[in-house]
Design a protein around this ligand. Sequence first.
Ligand SMILES: Cc1cc2nc3c(=O)[nH]c(=O)nc-3n(C[C@H](O)[C@H](O)[C@H](O)COP(=O)(O)OP(=O)(O)OC[C@H]3O[C@@H](n4cnc5c(N)ncnc54)[C@H](O)[C@@H]3O)c2cc1C
Length: 424
Amino acid sequence: MEYSGEEFDVIVVGAGIMGSSTAYHLAKRGQKTLLLEQFDFLHHLGSSHGESRTIRATYPEDYYHPIVTESAQLWEKAQREIGYRVYFKSQHLDMGPSDNKSLQSMIASCLKNSVPHRVLDSRQVSDEFSGRVVIPENWVGVVSELGGVIKPTKAVSMFQTLALRNGAVLRDRMEVKTILRENNVKKGNGGVRVVTTNGEKFWSKKCVITAGAWVGKLVKTVIGLELPTQPLETSVCYWRIKDGNGTNGNGTNGNANGVDYGVGGDFPTFASYGDLYVYGTPSLEYPGLIKIAMHGGYPCDPDKRPWGPGMPLDALKEWIEKRFVGRVDSNGPVATQLCMYTMTPDEDFVIDFLGGEFGKDVVVAGGFSGHGFKMGPAVGRILTDLVLSGEAGVELKYFKISRFKENPKGNLKEFEDQVCIDPK
Ligand SMILES: Cc1cc2nc3c(=O)[nH]c(=O)nc-3n(C[C@H](O)[C@H](O)[C@H](O)COP(=O)(O)OP(=O)(O)OC[C@H]3O[C@@H](n4cnc5c(N)ncnc54)[C@H](O)[C@@H]3O)c2cc1C
């Protein structure tokens, strides 16, 4: 197929959740939009594939609250437009030692931002979840209403379908080699030329880069700037729920004992703070299995992946045995999947203009640091506004590239990092 020479209002590079939702928003605004992806659409080599992602409003940093809240609404809006579900609601449970600084900051931030939540002691947690989760006496649990599971591959497909329906052009197997400043666009001044490794060329007035784990490489090529983004290979694990504690897998009913780990019941998405940051989702994607994973991974080059061995499991097994008190088989996971995080030093996103000769015509978004999926719809809206009008409608100062010039570690935090890099 011959594509070269086409001209667009906006070209989006990278069709993960961020690029696909951006293409959707742009197309809905009547922009002639092109979405380019280096691999096949819905591939499993980046960050947005798989079966489940958690959505939660409980952040230690104030600046994520408006983005998560907007996103929750946009997930529901997009679902209504497509006519099927990608977002399965539940409560969310955070837990950890009561003196853990991240947990304390998160509770303070929830109070400040009016995020509905309840702080429970260990007995109350056990009562609330009918003994399915047990925490030590010196821990607290924080139950919040905005939680749930998003189906990632299905959600990316949803935004791509909605983008198409609204007139966007989608092309996969198109690796963008570089983006050049173009002063010869037929309509108006300025603009960019996007060149692919297979020799195609496209023109547009504006461009959005949402290249996931490859964002550092592409930005370096285009403008010579070193973004401090570090790709990590991580793994998610599925564990067998022991007999009598299962779910029917579609989250609609429990077993005879009323003990149910399924979504749609009263079992929450969860995160556990402390030396080990553990997260998980109610049983949804595989009947009888529950996802429980460790937040971390091994630094790697996304083009030379190690493909394993996955995260160390001893501490996670112990966590499962103690917190799920023998109801989940902690001998070992029955399935694992590999995926990519793109870390920044402060675990905050990069959302900014590329600057230099591109000024405000090229916007870059990356470094989602293992927690971006839930915010995909709002990030798409923000990138659309940024690239079209220069204004985002939310505070973006914590996401600027220049923060790393002022301090290589980026934004200052009063609490410890959550993602464990290079676990032994
Ligand atoms: C195991 C795991 C669990 C997670 N859990 C959660 C969670 O519970 N909640 C949550 O909110 N977040 C979670 N995340 C994080 C979330 O999934 C990511 O932040 C998000 O998917 C990042 O999306 P992206 O679009 O930036 O990257 P990607 O999905 O990787 O998309 C980038 C795309 O750009 C393409 N690309 C790159 N370079 C080029 C080029 N030169 N030309 C053309 N195309 C290019 C890539 O092929 C890729 O398809 C998790 C991530 C993982 C891996």
